[in-house]
Design a protein around this ligand. Sequence first.
Ligand code: FES
Length: 197
Amino acid sequence: MAANDTTPQRAADAARLTACSLCAGETLAGADPLPGGQRARLDRLASRSTIRMTYVECLDECERGDVVVARPSRAQRARGVGPVWFETLAGDTLTCELEQWLTAGGPGVTPVPERLAQIVIDRTGEPTVATEGPHSAHHHDDEKENAMGETTKIDPVCGMTVDPATAAATAEYDGTTYYFCATGCQNAFQSDPSKFV
Ligand code: FES
Protein backbone atom coordinates (compact mmCIF):
# COMPACT_ATOMS: atom_id res chain seq x y z
CA MET A 1 0.00 0.00 0.00
CA ALA A 2 1.46 3.31 -1.01
CA ALA A 3 0.09 6.20 0.97
CA ASN A 4 2.46 9.02 1.44
CA ASP A 5 2.28 12.61 2.55
CA THR A 6 4.52 14.64 0.29
CA THR A 7 3.68 17.98 1.84
CA PRO A 8 6.99 19.44 3.03
CA GLN A 9 5.59 21.37 5.95
CA ARG A 10 2.20 21.05 7.49
CA ALA A 11 0.05 24.13 7.51
CA ALA A 12 -1.99 23.97 10.71
CA ASP A 13 -5.31 24.47 8.99
CA ALA A 14 -4.36 23.80 5.40
CA ALA A 15 -6.84 22.51 2.86
CA ARG A 16 -6.52 18.78 2.38
CA LEU A 17 -6.48 16.90 -0.86
CA THR A 18 -6.72 13.15 -1.30
CA ALA A 19 -5.87 11.80 -4.74
CA CYS A 20 -6.11 8.33 -6.21
CA SER A 21 -2.66 7.31 -7.30
CA LEU A 22 -3.96 4.53 -9.54
CA CYS A 23 -6.19 6.51 -11.88
CA ALA A 24 -4.17 9.74 -11.87
CA GLY A 25 -3.44 10.54 -15.49
CA GLU A 26 -6.15 8.33 -17.02
CA THR A 27 -8.18 11.19 -18.47
CA LEU A 28 -5.52 12.68 -20.74
CA ALA A 29 -3.24 9.66 -20.85
CA GLY A 30 -0.91 9.86 -23.86
CA ALA A 31 -2.44 13.14 -25.02
CA ASP A 32 -1.09 14.97 -21.99
CA PRO A 33 1.69 17.30 -23.15
CA LEU A 34 3.22 17.57 -19.68
CA PRO A 35 6.10 15.20 -18.93
CA GLY A 36 4.96 13.09 -16.02
CA GLY A 37 1.34 13.85 -16.84
CA GLN A 38 -1.29 14.56 -14.23
CA ARG A 39 0.73 12.91 -11.49
CA ALA A 40 3.36 15.63 -11.98
CA ARG A 41 0.68 18.30 -11.54
CA LEU A 42 -0.55 16.62 -8.37
CA ASP A 43 3.00 16.40 -7.07
CA ARG A 44 3.31 20.14 -7.65
CA LEU A 45 0.22 20.71 -5.51
CA ALA A 46 1.71 18.45 -2.87
CA SER A 47 4.73 20.74 -2.69
CA ARG A 48 2.56 23.64 -1.53
CA SER A 49 2.63 24.29 2.18
CA THR A 50 -1.01 25.38 2.01
CA ILE A 51 -2.17 21.96 0.84
CA ARG A 52 -1.93 18.66 2.66
CA MET A 53 -1.82 16.02 -0.04
CA THR A 54 -2.46 12.35 0.52
CA TYR A 55 -2.23 9.69 -2.17
CA VAL A 56 -4.26 6.53 -1.74
CA GLU A 57 -4.56 3.50 -3.96
CA CYS A 58 -8.17 3.73 -5.11
CA LEU A 59 -11.08 5.75 -3.83
CA ASP A 60 -13.67 3.27 -5.09
CA GLU A 61 -14.80 5.49 -7.98
CA CYS A 62 -12.67 3.62 -10.49
CA GLU A 63 -14.84 4.03 -13.59
CA ARG A 64 -14.32 7.80 -13.51
CA GLY A 65 -10.58 8.44 -13.62
CA ASP A 66 -8.45 11.18 -12.05
CA VAL A 67 -10.47 11.09 -8.84
CA VAL A 68 -9.50 13.60 -6.16
CA VAL A 69 -11.23 14.63 -2.95
CA ALA A 70 -10.93 18.10 -1.48
CA ARG A 71 -11.28 17.60 2.24
CA PRO A 72 -12.28 20.47 4.48
CA SER A 73 -9.88 21.83 7.02
CA ARG A 74 -10.35 20.64 10.57
CA ALA A 75 -12.10 23.88 11.47
CA GLN A 76 -14.53 23.57 8.55
CA ARG A 77 -15.15 19.91 9.28
CA ALA A 78 -16.10 20.86 12.82
CA ARG A 79 -18.75 23.13 11.27
CA GLY A 80 -20.24 20.18 9.39
CA VAL A 81 -18.61 20.91 6.03
CA GLY A 82 -18.06 17.76 3.99
CA PRO A 83 -15.57 16.76 1.32
CA VAL A 84 -15.96 17.62 -2.37
CA TRP A 85 -15.20 14.82 -4.81
CA PHE A 86 -14.03 15.41 -8.38
CA GLU A 87 -13.68 13.13 -11.37
CA THR A 88 -11.54 13.57 -14.48
CA LEU A 89 -9.63 16.36 -12.82
CA ALA A 90 -6.79 16.65 -15.29
CA GLY A 91 -4.88 19.24 -17.24
CA ASP A 92 -3.37 22.61 -16.47
CA THR A 93 -6.58 24.63 -16.33
CA LEU A 94 -8.53 22.44 -13.92
CA THR A 95 -5.50 21.73 -11.76
CA CYS A 96 -4.70 25.44 -11.46
CA GLU A 97 -8.31 26.21 -10.59
CA LEU A 98 -8.20 23.50 -7.95
CA GLU A 99 -5.04 24.94 -6.48
CA GLN A 100 -6.45 28.47 -6.42
CA TRP A 101 -9.67 27.27 -4.83
CA LEU A 102 -7.86 25.30 -2.15
CA THR A 103 -5.50 28.18 -1.48
CA ALA A 104 -8.51 30.45 -1.09
CA GLY A 105 -9.86 28.15 1.60
CA GLY A 106 -11.53 25.31 -0.31
CA PRO A 107 -14.57 23.45 1.05
CA GLY A 108 -16.78 25.53 3.29
CA VAL A 109 -14.83 28.73 2.73
CA THR A 110 -15.03 29.49 -0.98
CA PRO A 111 -17.68 28.31 -3.49
CA VAL A 112 -16.50 25.67 -5.93
CA PRO A 113 -15.46 27.47 -9.15
CA GLU A 114 -17.76 26.95 -12.10
CA ARG A 115 -15.47 24.74 -14.15
CA LEU A 116 -14.67 22.57 -11.17
CA ALA A 117 -18.35 22.37 -10.29
CA GLN A 118 -18.93 20.63 -13.62
CA ILE A 119 -16.77 17.69 -12.58
CA VAL A 120 -18.02 17.29 -9.03
CA ILE A 121 -19.10 13.74 -8.29
CA ASP A 122 -22.63 13.74 -6.96
CA ARG A 123 -22.43 11.77 -3.78
CA THR A 124 -25.98 12.28 -2.61
CA GLY A 125 -26.21 12.17 1.12
CA GLU A 126 -22.73 13.52 1.66
CA PRO A 127 -22.80 17.05 3.09
CA THR A 128 -20.83 19.56 1.03
CA VAL A 129 -21.74 22.80 2.75
CA ALA A 130 -22.24 23.85 6.31
CA THR A 131 -25.84 24.30 7.35
CA GLU A 132 -25.07 25.34 10.88
CA GLY A 133 -23.19 28.27 12.30
CA PRO A 134 -19.74 27.70 13.72
CA HIS A 135 -21.04 27.69 17.27
CA SER A 136 -24.08 25.50 16.79
CA ALA A 137 -22.33 22.25 15.87
CA HIS A 138 -22.83 19.86 18.75
CA HIS A 139 -21.30 16.67 17.46
CA HIS A 140 -17.75 15.46 17.49
CA ASP A 141 -16.27 16.31 14.09
CA ASP A 142 -15.79 12.61 13.30
CA GLU A 143 -19.39 11.75 14.09
CA LYS A 144 -22.74 12.62 12.60
CA GLU A 145 -26.30 11.50 13.08
CA ASN A 146 -28.18 10.21 10.07
CA ALA A 147 -31.85 10.81 9.38
CA MET A 148 -32.74 7.87 11.61
CA GLY A 149 -30.88 9.36 14.52
CA GLU A 150 -28.17 6.70 14.31
CA THR A 151 -24.58 7.74 14.77
CA THR A 152 -22.42 7.45 11.69
CA LYS A 153 -18.72 8.10 11.40
CA ILE A 154 -16.56 10.16 9.10
CA ASP A 155 -13.79 8.38 7.26
CA PRO A 156 -10.86 10.59 8.30
CA VAL A 157 -9.01 10.04 5.02
CA CYS A 158 -11.61 10.80 2.35
CA GLY A 159 -14.31 12.41 4.50
CA MET A 160 -17.01 9.96 3.47
CA THR A 161 -19.80 9.14 5.90
CA VAL A 162 -19.46 5.56 7.10
CA ASP A 163 -21.92 3.35 8.92
CA PRO A 164 -19.89 1.56 11.60
CA ALA A 165 -21.94 -1.59 11.01
CA THR A 166 -20.86 -1.81 7.38
CA ALA A 167 -17.47 -0.08 7.43
CA ALA A 168 -14.91 -1.68 5.13
CA ALA A 169 -12.19 -1.38 7.73
CA THR A 170 -11.37 0.06 11.13
CA ALA A 171 -8.26 1.16 12.97
CA GLU A 172 -7.48 2.02 16.55
CA TYR A 173 -5.47 5.11 17.33
CA ASP A 174 -4.92 6.88 20.62
CA GLY A 175 -7.85 5.09 22.23
CA THR A 176 -10.31 5.87 19.43
CA THR A 177 -11.74 3.57 16.77
CA TYR A 178 -11.80 5.04 13.27
CA TYR A 179 -13.97 3.69 10.46
CA PHE A 180 -13.13 3.60 6.76
CA CYS A 181 -15.04 3.31 3.52
CA ALA A 182 -12.28 1.23 1.93
CA THR A 183 -9.08 -0.53 2.88
CA GLY A 184 -7.15 2.06 0.87
CA CYS A 185 -8.24 4.73 3.32
CA GLN A 186 -7.38 2.48 6.26
CA ASN A 187 -3.90 1.92 4.90
CA ALA A 188 -3.37 5.64 4.32
CA PHE A 189 -4.49 6.34 7.86
CA GLN A 190 -2.25 3.70 9.39
CA SER A 191 0.76 5.07 7.54
CA ASP A 192 0.52 8.28 9.59
CA PRO A 193 -2.58 8.58 11.80
CA SER A 194 -1.58 11.94 13.23
CA LYS A 195 -2.04 13.48 9.81
CA PHE A 196 -5.75 12.76 9.85
CA VAL A 197 -6.83 13.44 13.42
S1 FES B 1 -8.51 3.50 -9.34
FE1 FES B 1 -8.89 5.59 -8.88
S2 FES B 1 -10.71 5.53 -7.73
FE2 FES B 1 -10.24 3.44 -8.00
